[in-house]
Write a protein that binds this ligand. Structure first.
Ligand SMILES: [Ca+2]
Ligand SMILES: [Ca+2]
Ligand SMILES: [Ca+2]
Length: 244
């Protein structure tokens, strides 16, 4: 990502509960504490094991044009192969505050997402061991296939077999950028809800970025760097596995 692209960008870290404000002139212009709350209960399809997390986006001080979610690349939790990494069931933005996963499932949400490849930009992460050539679950040809992922609904079947449905696995270190159909003005209240299918340790270190600008897919040089990084992590992990 170029310096220009991280202009006026807020990064919410699920792990630390901190938003970091960045600008063109400096990588980090300020830091705000943010409550990142795991809602009560689980939701989803069958089995419904989606953990839902809420971030308060009220009073950010700018209009939101894009939201990015990146897998932490911890290479821990959940299933390997095409289910590697953060398993995104759904993403919603709403003016309504809810406190449990079922209520989040029933929220209509604001009509701001375009889940086609033109509005949902995917950078696949690495598949952990036994990679499948067909790609990560919920993807087709390197893009998110929303007929499988159904990112508008918390409806994931949290299983790693033929019953799996309703989610996209980002892969280790993968990233998805949602460029919103319309900017969301800086009104209050405003809440972001995301679900992690399986609720099995892959959300705690994920990251969310909200920005006042549309984000773009990485430039070729950046993609190359990410690939090298992925290879490094893969090699490093193999070494550790051998040692252990
Ligand atoms: Ca996973
Ligand atoms: Ca879904
Ligand atoms: Ca999971």
């Amino acid at each position: 990502m170029s310096v220009a692209l991280i202009s006026n960008l807020l990064r919410l870290s699920l792990a630390t509960g901190v938003i970091t404000l960045a600008s063109v002139s400096s990588a980090i212009a300020g830091t705000l504490n943010v409550d990142f709350t795991k809602l009560e209960g689980l939701t989803g399809g069958n089995p419904g094991l989606t953990g839902v997390y809420r971030a308060d986006l009220s009073n950010l001080g700018f209009d939101i044009n894009s939201i990015a979610i990146a897998d932490s690349n911890s290479a821990q939790g959940g299933q390997p192969g095409k289910f590697s990494g953060f398993d995104l069931d759904a993403i919603k933005i709403s003016n309504v505050l809810v406190n449990n996963a079922t209520d989040a499932k029933n929220l209509p949400g604001l009509d701001v997402f375009d889940f086609t490849p033109s509005g949902t930009l995917f950078t696949p992460g690495i598949q952990r061991s036994s990679a499948e050539p067909t790609g990560l679950f919920g993807t087709t040809g390197g893009n998110i296939d929303n007929s499988v992922a159904t990112l508008q609904n918390f409806d994931a079947n949290a299983s790693a077999d033929a019953n799996a449905f309703g989610l996209v696995s980002l892969g280790d270190g993968g990233k998805v950028v949602f460029n919103l159909k319309n900017p969301i003005s800086n009104t209050t209240p405003l809440y972001l809800y995301i679900g992690e299918a399986g609720d099995n340790g892959e959300v705690a270190s994920g990251q969310i970025t909200v920005s006042d600008k549309p984000l773009q897919v990485p430039e070729p040089t950046t993609l190359a760097a990410i690939s090298l990084l992925g290879i490094y992590f893969f090699a490093n992990r193999r070494k550790k596995t051998k040692a252990a």
